[in-house]
Design a protein around this ligand. Structure first.
Ligand SMILES: [Zn+2]
Length: 284
C-alpha cells in the first residue's frame, strides 16, 4: 500500500466546495443539489455542495435505498441513526419466531427488545485487483451475518423454563449490483472531495454509478475472509483512499467500511474495496 490520504469520520457537519457541474453526467446549466458522501440515512453529514443534477440524484438514490432502507434498515434503527421523517420511524419491528414445535409467529417488538439479523454481502476482491477478466456477475456471492439477541428475550417471548425458541432471520434478497454501486458512489464522492473532479483520472466510475457500465465486479469487491474486529467507538464510518501499484498500473483504491465501530467481537463490518480511479499523469 502506498501513501494514505485523509480519513474522514463523517459525523460532524462538513461541506466541500461545489465542483461547478454534476459529478456524474457533467451537466452545468441545470439545478445542482448537495451530495452526501455517505448517505444521510446512515447518520452522515458530510456533503459536496451543488454536485449532482436531479436526474442523476434520482438514479443514485435508488441504489442508496438498497443500503439504508433495505440491508441496513433494522441495523440503523437499533443504532438510533438520524432520519428525515422521525414521525414515520417505526417504534416496533417484526420478529419471526417458532416456539417449541409450534407454528411460526410474528411478534411486533419494541426496538430495544427486538432481535435482529443483518447480512452484508461479500463477493471477493475487484477483478482488476485479483487478476480476473471483466464480467457482469459476481462469481462468489456470500454474506457476513450480524445479529443481536437481547438478554431479556425469554421474558419478551414469555418462554417457560427450558422452552426453546427459534428466531428466523428475515428473508432479504440483496441486489448485489445496486449495493455495490451504492458503495462505489461513496468511494467516488470521497475521491472527488479529496482530489477534485479534475485532480485524478476517474476511469469509468461515473458510468458505473449511473448503471451504464455492466462490469461492476471488476471495480467493486470485498475480501472473502473474516473482517477484522470493530474499530474505535468514535469512527462510525470509515473511508480511506490509497494509491497502489499493480504491475505497471497505479490505481486509487477506496476502502469503505460502514458502521466500522460495530459488529460482533469476532468480526466487525466488511471492508469494501473500490477501484475508484488512477492518479493524474505526470506533467511534462
Ligand atoms: Zn447529472
Amino acid at each position: 500500500m502506498g501513501q494514505a490520504t485523509p480519513t474522514e469520520r463523517y459525523l460532524e457537519r462538513q461541506k466541500f466546495p461545489s465542483p461547478g457541474e454534476c459529478i456524474y453526467c457533467g451537466a452545468r446549466d441545470v439545478e445542482l443539489t448537495n451530495e452526501h458522501i455517505i448517505p444521510f440515512s446512515l447518520g452522515a453529514n458530510v456533503e459536496i455542495v451543488d454536485a449532482s443534477c436531479k436526474a442523476c440524484a434520482a438514479i443514485t438514490s435508488e441504489d442508496e435505498k438498497e443500503l439504508g432502507r433495505k440491508v441496513l434498515f433494522d441495523y440503523r434503527l437499533h443504532l438510533g441513526i438520524q432520519t428525515r421523517r422521525p414521525k414515520k420511524r417505526p417504534k416496533t419491528l417484526p420478529a419471526r419466531v417458532v416456539i417449541g414445535s409450534g407454528p411460526e409467529q410474528t411478534f411486533d417488538l419494541p426496538i430495544a427488545d427486538h432481535p435482529y439479523f443483518t447480512a452484508m454481502p461479500i463477493w471477493g476482491l475487484p477483478g482488476l485487483l485479483s487478476g480476473s477478466e471483466p464480467r457482469s456477475t459476481f462469481e462468489q456471492e456470500s454474506a457476513h451475518l450480524y445479529y443481536y439477541i437481547p438478554p431479556n428475550i425469554k421474558q419478551t417471548l414469555n418462554l417457560r423454563d427450558g422452552q426453546l425458541a427459534e428466531i428466523k432471520p428475515p428473508d432479504i434478497r440483496i441486489d448485489s449490483h445496486k449495493f455495490a454501486r451504492a458503495i462505489a458512489k461513496i468511494a467516488y464522492c470521497q475521491a472527488v472531495a479529496v482530489f477534485g473532479l479534475r485532480g485524478y483520472r476517474r476511469l469509468i466510475m461515473p458510468d458505473l454509478i449511473l448503471g451504464r457500465y455492466p462490469f461492476v465486479p471488476y471495480f467493486v469487491g470485498c475480501e472473502m475472509k473474516v473482517p477484522p474486529p470493530p474499530g474505535s467507538a468514535k469512527g462510525v464510518h470509515f473511508v480511506d483512499l490509497r494509491i497502489v501499484t499493480i504491475g505497471r498500473m497505479k490505481l486509487i483504491i477506496g476502502s469503505v467500511r460502514l458502521f466500522a465501530h460495530s459488529g460482533t467481537a469476532e468480526h466487525g463490518m466488511p471492508i469494501y474495496r473500490v477501484v475508484v480511479g488512477a492518479p493524474a499523469g505526470e506533467r511534462k
